[in-house]
Write a protein that binds this ligand. Sequence first.
Ligand code: URA
Length: 262
Amino acid sequence: MGSSGRSAGRDDGDRLQKVLARTGLGSRRACEELIAAGRVTVNGEVAELGRRVDVDHDRIEVDGVPVSVRPGLVYYLLNKPRGVVSTADDPQGRQTVVSLVPAEPRVHPVGRLDADTEGLLILTNDGELTYRLTHPRFGVEKEYLAQVAGTPSRRAVRRLRDGVELDDGPTAPARVALVAPNLLRITIHEGRNRQVRRMCEAIGHPVQRLVRSRIGPITDRKLRPGTWRELTPAEVRALERAASASVGEGGSSWAGRARPRR
Ligand code: URA
């Protein structure tokens, strides 16, 4: 959004340092320092101390990373159990992920995990961050632990890394490690339907159990299945950072690296 007539004028809206401090970025004083250092922009222009903003319309960035400033935004991290669906309602009457977190404010899952897949899922009412976390252009990494039938050979693991042919096209290079005889750790940055299951099927080692263990910078080994917690402001910020570089611009993307790290 450009600096349109909707932007807050000199005397209305909230003070920028107050809005930034509310997101957990630091104390008001620390946020004033960020502004004074020229690290904060409003609608693409470097902000000056004393600036007021309209949290519903102004686009605020710190070091080029968009910051979600609307009050009332919530971010939950859920450890989804097997058998629970990632939609708001299920025609078959199965339990939904939305029913496992507080009902108000209403939130939606960021992307989907198959009913059979377990592990980390973010739920939020922040539409902008949801878009960035799910759009392939932003290439946010997702890491899975896949227990598979049999022991994949080195060649099979290499095929997963290099990309396998699926019926909707080849997969992008992935980071893949065999961490136990029948356990693969697979990191991808695409979000195609049942992608990990189809990749493993394609190399002849169907998935028996699939757990998502990381979303970008977010991981939590202590969160028990079926339970949730709020993301900390630092985690939200780290997610915003991970989702701010589009593929081809560096950041979280693998594009431009000679070879993906393994
Ligand atoms: N890949 C899958 O196959 N299933 C999921 O739920 C997520 C990634």
